[in-house]
Write a protein that binds this ligand. Structure first.
Ligand code: UDP
Ligand code: MG
Length: 319
């Protein structure tokens, strides 16, 4: 039996891109079907992430044109990670494999052939890894690579240069559905499920049209989410830093006693204020980091739904 593939594509304000890339995805499905690698029941599942432009209308039109297109609509914009999750959860019971990919044509869709082959060889997860970033601007490359290094340094292990272009089998998704957390960072969580995995390499292109929705600010917040949802290393670092500073302060106390006893005490205003400011600053940072974790716990205990699907595309009349 040939596996049923669902390509999961999150879309947010992509009216310029969708009409171009949707055809490319369909061609890829047809090519894989013709090569007898996947079943003809395979689908392209668009997840409209509360777009404010014509994205959803375009998805509905596509669904009427070809049975391979399907779409779900989130009730509002919830961000890329939640959109992908919604698509994966929608697909997990009706397919054998999913491939998540952005809709902007940046990730080379030909890597899907290798992914499907790797699945046929027994891998349940196949990570798409960017082999080079020549087309990215220096700034994007620098910040993006810094992102992976920071993540790993902070204890959130992620596959270097892998974003959210990956094949995941429905077997893995069934297990992944038991990960109930609200703060989701898929590329760090999927490896936690385990199972046999491998990587395929591809070149990343420029966006076909439109603009990136991941400016530096969003990237930093994604990195922060990743670190705090996968690792408690910052808390350990705070403890370590606290011990170091306590030791330094202890030495400073001894030093000030010696100075006092030997009668060389001076006004000492400058050193006093700087120490107070320094300790105050360090304490505030530490409280801030603790607060971030408490904030995450607060979000988790509320157990709010991670996505809400408001609409689905209709089946075509002749299907
Ligand atoms: N996206 C989304 N919700 C958002 C932001 C982005 O579903 O709130 C989608 C977007 O349509 C695209 C993918 O996530 O398919 C990646 O976004 P983008 O290309 O802007 O990010 P970049 O590739 O620049 O990191
Ligand atoms: Mg992109």
């Amino acid at each position: 039996m040939l596996p049923i593939l669902y390509i999961i594509i999150p879309c947010y304000n992509e009216e310029k891109v969708l009409p171009i890339t949707s055809g490319m995805f369909l061609d890829k499905i047809r090519e894989l079907v013709d090569a007898q690698k996947i079943s003809d029941d395979s689908r392209i599942l668009f997840v409209n992430d509360g777009s404010k432009d014509r994205t959803w209308e375009i998805i509905c039109e596509l669904a009427q044109q070809d049975k391979h297109y399907q779409g779900i609509c989130q009730s509002r914009n919830r961000g890329h990670q939640n959109a992908v999750l919604a698509g994966l959860m929608e697909a997990k019971d009706v397919c054998d494999i999913t491939i998540s990919i952005d809709c902007d044509g940046q990730d080379d869709i030909n890597a899907m052939n290798d992914m499907v082959d790797a699945y046929a060889d027994g891998c349940e997860i196949v990570y798409g890894v960017r082999s080079k970033r020549d087309t990215d601007t220096f700034f994007k490359r620098f910040t993006a690579e810094g992102f992976y290094k920071l993540m790993n340094w902070m204890g959130a292990e992620v596959v270097f240069n892998h974003a959210d272009y990956r094949l995941v089998s429905s077997r893995v998704l069934q297990e992944f559905a038991n990960f109930k957390e609200v703060n989701i960072f898929l590329r760090g969580m999927i490896p936690l499920v385990g199972f046999k995995s491998t990587s395929v390499y591809y070149e990343r292109h420029e966006r076909i049209a439109g603009e990136s929705h991941y400016p530096l600010k969003k990237m930093l917040s994604l990195a922060f989410d990743g670190i705090t949802s996968l690792s408690v290393k910052p808390l350990h670092m705070i403890t370590g830093m606290g011990c170091g500073i306590a030791l330094l302060s202890f030495c400073a106390v001894i030093w000030s006693i010696i100075v006092q006893v030997t009668g060389h005490a001076v006004a000492g205003w400058a050193s006093m204020t700087s120490i107070i400011c320094f300790i105050g600053g360090v304490q505030l940072i530490c409280i801030g980091v603790l607060g971030e974790y408490i904030g995450k716990i607060y979000m988790e205990v509320k157990h709010r739904p991670r996505y809400i699907i408001s609409d689905r595309t209709q089946k075509r009349e002749d299907d």
